[in-house]
Design a protein around this ligand. Structure first.
Ligand code: PMT
Length: 394
């Protein structure tokens, strides 16, 4: 998502510096070129070597060090930046920037950059709430600097309150959000389902499927960053819900149905990436079933087809389904598109390597209501998520 983008990360001196190592690593994984500038006090918490290894670039600390680059270093970094992230933004560093002080490499580079600057404050609660710090933040906000709100909780100083560095995932999501100027889903309410449902057999066993939730979570994340108000209803997964979604966790198809129906009338777009169990045990044994016999028979009954019901109730909503097939992909997917009254169906042949369940990529065919089919090559689920949203928007 950040392929080829230059992100300069300015690290000021606070205990939260250790979390910024993870931020740098995550930015790299998103494809960004990351350059780190540290203050001398930040280097007391984590060594520049750590950031050099993670970012893959030399780390700049000292204004007066011998450079390998004939360019004036702070000017070179200031002008290569597509975005400047300051994390942790200490009270001291915020004060310097707000008051035009440039007395070290970091504050000098911030002054010299024309790139958008994102500050992630982290400090003791009383410091953060100090009117001088608050005034500096207001002043910088009015000047066009961007802030990500600090979190609340237990701080390193032992007190509880506001002032924690936001979680690395939230900082990276904000960075991606700032690059993603496409806000074509602003004002749209998008309901997304993800993951597989679990149908209880007894208190310890269930019928489930191999869905990891990756596809649905990728769509939710992309929709949030494009400005949508997203509700994500998910079966059990190992994933962390994307920042900014309204999240509801469910277990069974029946629970997913109730959750989906309660949000349906208020939704503009529904995308059903969840793998919903078609059948559930007719009865759930209240106690753990003992292995007393050589065979065990389970009677299964049909689950409600949630998407079919949505198709019946459809008014203004755009309905997008998925079809996971092992044979006759197009035939089955087209049949589901028509029977469930969908606007588009994302058909994935789950027998192909790199497609379908529990992998990071997918290979899909998009089938539209008018019968038109768009064949897509293998791509990451994040990329596919963007394409699905692009097509919904047209
Ligand atoms: O989660 P991942 O590991 O990333 O894997 C992604 C995925 C393979 C789960 C996803 O890409 C996918 O194909 N999801 C749909 C899987 C599925 O259940 O397909 P289906 O053909 O059985 O169902 C068709 C559509 O009806 C789906 O949108 C499904 O959510 C919906 N459905 C199905 C049954 C049911 N009882 N109620 C439903 O709403």
């Amino acid at each position: 998502m950040l392929q080829g983008k230059n992100v300069v990360v300015g690290v000021a001196g606070g205990i939260a510096v250790y979390k910024v190592v993870d931020v740098v690593s995550r930015l790299k994984k998103q494809g960004a070129n990351v350059y780190v500038i540290m203050t001398q006090s930040a280097a007391n918490f984590v060594t520049p070597l750590t950031f050099r290894e993670i970012s893959g670039h030399p780390v700049v600390v000292d204004m007066w060090a011998e450079t390998t680059n004939w360019n004036v270093e702070h000017i070179a970094l200031a002008s290569c930046a597509d975005l400047f992230l300051l994390a942790p933004a200490t009270g001291n560093m915020i004060g310097k920037i707000a008051n035009g002080i440039a007395d070290d490499m970091l504050s000098t580079t911030v002054m010299a950059t024309t790139a958008p600057v994102l500050l992630a404050p982290a400090m003791n609660t009383n410091m953060y709430l100090n009117p001088i710090v608050q005034q500096n933040i207001t002043k910088l906000t009015q000047l066009g600097y961007h802030f990500i709100e600090p979190g609340c909780g237990m701080l390193a100083c032992g007190t509880e309150g506001v002032g924690r560095l936001p979680e690395p995932e939230a900082i990276v999501a904000k960075v991606i959000d700032m690059f993603n100027c496409k806000k074509d889903f602003a004002g749209k309410k998008v309901l997304i389902t993800a993951g597989g449902t679990q149908e209880a057999i007894d208190p310890v066993r269930y019928i489930g499927n191999r869905s990891s939730g990756k596809m649905g979570y990728a769509i939710a994340k992309a929709a949030v960053s494009r400005g949508a108000e997203v509700t994500l209803i998910s079966g059990p997964t190992h994933l962390t819900p994307p920042v900014g979604v309204t999240f509801q966790s469910v277990e069974s198809a029946a629970q997913m149905r109730d959750a989906v129906l309660s949000h349906y009338s208020d939704s503009d777009i529904v995308i059903k990436a969840a793998a919903v169990a078609d059948y559930r045990p007719q009865t759930m044994s209240p106690n753990k079933i003992k292995k007393n016999s050589a065979t065990l028979e389970l009677v299964l009954e049909k689950n409600p087809d949630i998407l079919f019901e949505l198709g019946q109730l459809k008014k203004h909503q755009i309905l997008v389904g998925f079809a996971a097939e092992t044979q006759q992909l197009l035939v089955h997917a087209q049949e589901k598109l028509t029977r469930k009254n969908l606007d588009m169906i994302v058909a994935n042949d789950i027998t192909l390597p790199g497609a379908g369940f529990n992998v990071d990529t997918n290979i899909a065919k998009l089938i539209y209501r008018d019968g038109h089919i768009e064949e897509l090559s293998k791509m990451s689920k994040e990329e596919l998520a963007e394409i699905i949203l692009d097509r919904i928007c047209i």
